[in-house]
Design a protein. Structure first.
Length: 565
């Protein structure tokens, strides 16, 4: 039904596109391959690598300016743009297409507004996934990074469509599958009657009586279904509290034993029945409380591990069923829901658990406090992510302790949280990330502070420029610093950038190049008529070796002003 090699085994119609559009799509792909190889060969601050990414950003920006998106269809070893092949590499160890295809990606889409840092993140993910010591696949990493202008379509999405088609086809009449000969003569399809073998043993009257008696006695035994119904009826009608508690314990023990013995579907139905007794339809408040407590005790570590195994290794629990079940778990035992979130590995199901935990934590965020110090980094990251979605600062004192967490992915979520929450006292903690051990974190902090227009950060960042530590930074970080200064200081910073562009370093051309790159980056963020004039004047005054950087900045500002208009 669903072929594993969809794109290669089916002939897709080629869209009518202009030759210039296909040429530009191919050039973008060539620039992407060049930047990808450069990222593996050179350090992040290498000027040549920066030039590769500038070229890639320029080309893809031109495509997006004209067509709003750049969509690549992913086959096993090739990438296609609107039916035209723009990339092919048959080496699985080197093929960008093979890595994405192996992780279930069937289309990758770059949309209008994409920035250079997003392209760097994307190519870093594709390059890193080839490493044997990296745990997550491309889809998980793209979800973790949260690249805003890069999306994807998975094989699962196609399978869902196929499943819907199959359901529709299955509902049609099956008459057409019966041979015409059988319709004309039904006996034609009947199997021939074989004669009884002479050695077949028969039962004596005594044996027949014994077997009949055994069957009748078996039929008198209560089935599990009948037992559960009887217990449910008793729980619905017994008036005494002690008797109610006794039968409630019996009911829960039966459900737990059924679950652990492999009859999970029936056990979960029993759990759902009892959960319905905790709704306002139950007239007795005390019984609602007692039932909810009993449901909370149902989720032992052993039961949670069994449920996790079912979710990760089978299709017995659908996404909709898990959404309902996880809400029941969260209402009866919030800690059990958090534990389940730390166990489930399937990304689709983990997202559902995150959504449910977000709803449960909306009313009582304190339940997440113990899990912010958990040894499982991915569980800590998910908890911080949930609190960021809620924009809740009840656990701010605990979250700021994670600024120095050993795992980079946790620190990223903490930074996003501090940017997202409206609490003013959370913002100064963002400056601590300027001392982070990772260059990626330092640059990310600068970019987010600039976009969020955190004015209080302008003075500390500007003062940071005069430190010895700043002088030792790679050019990528210096550029991020001046971009933040441009975004935060706006037109007040124009004299500074003009001075940087006019200054000459006769005996240190590398330092002059750094000044040109940083000033141009800052002026791009201001993007006004005066910044454009400063760059145009510098283009005339500077030596040819600096002009490519200045021209690129002029082009970015021109495109920005055109888009605004």
């Amino acid at each position: 039904m669903n072929e594993p090699n969809r794109l290669s085994e089916e002939t897709l119609p080629t869209e009518q596109v202009s030759k210039s559009e296909v040429t530009l799509a191919s050039e973008i792909m060539q620039a992407m391959v060049k930047a990808s190889k450069g990222a593996r060969m050179y350090q992040a601050n290498n000027p040549l690598l920066g030039k590769f990414f500038q070229e890639l950003t320029d080309k893809i920006s031109s495509m997006l300016y004209m067509h709003s998106e750049y969509k690549l269809d992913v086959d096993r070893f090739e990438l296609s743009y609107k039916g035209h092949k723009v990339y092919e590499n048959l080496d699985p160890a080197e093929s960008m297409a093979f890595r994405m295809y192996s992780d279930g990606i069937r289309s990758i889409i770059f949309s209008d507004g994409i920035e250079e840092w997003e392209l760097r993140e994307f190519l870093e993910i594709v390059n890193m996934t080839g490493s044997a010591n990296h745990d997550d696949d491309i889809v998980t990493l793209l979800w973790d990074k949260g690249i805003p202008h890069c999306s994807y379509i998975l094989e699962d999405d196609f399978q869902e469509i196929d499943r819907l088609i199959d359901d529709q086809m299955g509902s049609a009449s099956s008459k057409g599958s019966i041979p015409l000969s059988c319709l004309a003569d039904p006996s034609a399809a009947a199997a021939p009657v074989k004669p009884l073998p002479h050695y077949l043993y028969t039962l004596s009257d005594e044996d027949l009586f014994s077997l009949k008696t055994f069957i009748e006695s078996e039929e008198q035994l209560l089935s599990v279904d009948t037992t559960a119904k009887i217990l449910s009826a008793i729980l619905s009608g017994v008036p005494e509290k002690e008797l109610f508690l006794s039968f409630l314990e019996i009911y829960m023990k039966l459900a737990r034993n059924l679950f652990l013995s492999g009859n999970s579907e029936f056990a979960l139905k029993m759990f759902a029945f009892l959960y319905n007794r905790t709704t306002p339809r139950e007239p007795v408040e005390e019984r609602r409380r007692l039932t909810m407590n009993a449901l909370g005790r149902f989720w032992t570590d052993e039961v949670l591990k069994g449920l996790c195994k079912i979710i990760d290794t089978t299709e017995d629990i659908s996404a909709d069923t898990l959404k309902s079940l996880s809400m029941m778990i969260g209402q009866s035992s919030p800690s059990a829901l958090c534990e389940l979130l730390g166990m489930v590995e399937t990304m689709k199901m983990r997202k559902i658990l995150i959504e449910t935990t977000t709803e449960i934590a909306r009313l009582s965020p304190e339940l997440m406090r113990p899990y912010l110090s958990d040894s499982r980094w991915y569980l800590v990251r998910n908890m911080v992510f949930i609190l960021a979605q809620l924009k809740n600062t009840a656990l701010l004192d605990q979250i700021v302790l994670l600024i120095t967490h050993r795992d980079l992915r946790v620190r990223k979520e903490v930074l996003k949280y501090l940017i997202a929450v409206p609490e003013p006292k959370a913002k100064p903690y963002i400056l601590k990330f300027l001392r982070d051990e990772s260059s990626v974190m330092r640059i990310m902090a600068l970019q987010l502070m600039g976009r969020a227009r955190l004015q209080f950060a302008l003075k500390p960042i500007a003062a940071f420029v005069d430190t010895d530590e700043f002088e030792e930074m790679p050019i990528s970080e210096k550029k991020a610093v001046y971009e933040a200064i441009g975004e935060l200081g706006a037109e007040k910073m124009l004299p500074l950038f003009k001075s940087m562009l006019s200054k000459r370093f006769l005996f240190n051309r590398a330092k002059e190049m750094d000044a040109v790159i940083c000033a141009s980056a800052g002026l791009q963020k201001i993007a006004c008529a005066e910044s454009l004039k400063i760059l145009e004047d510098a283009l005339q005054a500077k030596s040819p070796e600096f002009r490519d950087v200045i021209r690129h900045a002029i082009q970015i500002i021109t495109n920005t002003k055109s888009s605004s208009a």
